[in-house]
Design a protein around this ligand. Sequence first.
Ligand code: N01
Length: 542
Amino acid sequence: MPGIQSYDTIIVGAGFSGLYMLHRLRGLGMSARVYERGSGVGGTWYWNRYPGARCDVESVQYSYSFSDELQREWQWTERYAGQAEILRYANHVADRFDLRRDIELNTNVVSAEFDEAENRWAVTLGDGRQVSAQHLVMAVGCLSNARVPDFPGLGSFRGRVYHTGEWPHEGVDFSGLRVGVVGTGSSAIQSIPVIAAEAKHVTVFQRTPNYSIPARNYPLSDDEKRLWAENFPEFRRRAREEMRNGIVSEIPQNGALDVSDAEREAAYEFRWKRGGIPFMSTYNNLALDKAANDTAAEFVRRKIGEVVRNPAVAKLLQPTSYPIGTKRICLDSDYFETFNRDNVTLVDVRHAPIEKITPKGLVTGGKEYDFDAIVFATGFDAMTGSFAKIDIHGRSGLMLKKKWEEGPKTYLGLMVADFPNMFLITGPGSPSVLSNMIVSIEQHVDWVADCLAYLRRRDIACVEATRGAEDEWVAHVNEVAHTTLYPQANSWYMGANIPGKPRVFLPYIGGIPAYRAICNDVAANGYRGFALTRQQSIAAAE
Ligand code: N01
């Protein structure tokens, strides 16, 4: 297109997906440009700077494996890296691999339109510029569309307002302030203890209590670092090939009801003391069998009851309305202990929903609460929200938003029928948020890079998921989800946190090893389920 800057590939987003995608495309000798709306790289870790923000996957595992030099030279300091350290890591990767020269920061992608005659994407940027590329890679992240519920009077509050997912870069000093926190998901659970240690008073508005496991963070010892450094290839292989969630830990052999009560209690106690997400892998049927799940849920409820001194508060904090793990399990550092502080109050907004925001605070149950600051820890329009912000038009002008009106449809979470040459990194229908994100990101980026190399070798101008393959995959994603307890919770996995959003299970729950095998098999069989078109002729199809 004359006068328009054009590339082989445009990548939207400079988080962990976008950075690695750019690196892989460079290695293939392809031209690529990354557009990022933030003023820095790092995606999630650029935006989520709230107090206490920390990864819930162990740092050595939540890191790239694609470069042996990188994984040996970078030294993580803690078991779970804090936000600032992960952001430093993202910046280190950008510098080390000289990525910045192809990244444009502070640049919104407003729309993308597929030109059927040219088999190219025409992309419009926030400053009005038009750019074009044969391929478009949406590396927009799964949780990057922060949302505040549509409370009446939202704009009227005269104090300060924050959202955990869009935290000010300069930080916030809560000393001496009366703070209201709305929400009790992962972000709230991490930030409330830190805010409470600083603020005059914190009032937490809880609609649904969450199951949370102690993180038990600590500085990494030299021995632990050495163990990883000496075994990286094997640990990484296990994460990809053996672990359903891409996190190396013991693989459970028994169901929770196959062992005696005493043995089960000891096993939960051991994992509780050790801390971390692997608590949910104590037994192999916790996500599948309600009676088995009840044993873990009851254990955690009991722990909450032991920690929280006021029985009425403890009861409010004990989840009972959904199986443990079917909402994203949380990790915390002294979350339940925080409710023993004199300056922390818990308010139930399940039975008396927040009525409105006022100039002084908020109203629930007919009572007005006054604050100096309100923190919305109210989450994201997950997995599809970041796509919905961009006007994406495929064949015949079809809008992605329209196509996904009743729930996202993808083939493998990688491509969408009628949206040729557009790839999604960790899109809906892939393991993504149910896994160690870095493991899933690397797999998708490698798959896309290999696919693009394949297309180039064969002079293929257009690749597209067929509708048949897409329908079958959507049905499979749904079927597998319904063999588990997950659909029983009103979670963001189900789109249930957004009023009016269709209730469909968004990620693929078949596990990373099975999913990788499917993707590899599809590629090995000439990209089965994709239509591959030369400029004039159809080269292959299903
Ligand atoms: O968001 P959430 P998040 N009135 O959606 C409540 C990842 N993450 O930012 O449960 C009152 O989980 C809502 O209540 P309910 C992780 O994958 C990872 O905390 O819908 N309350 C809920 O309590 C995580 O799952 C890390 O009834 C309202 C809260 O707001 C994901 O991000 C750290 C409300 C939202 O919780 C999202 O977590 C942080 C209303 N109208 C996040 N609307 C780590 O790696 C919503 N709520 C550790």
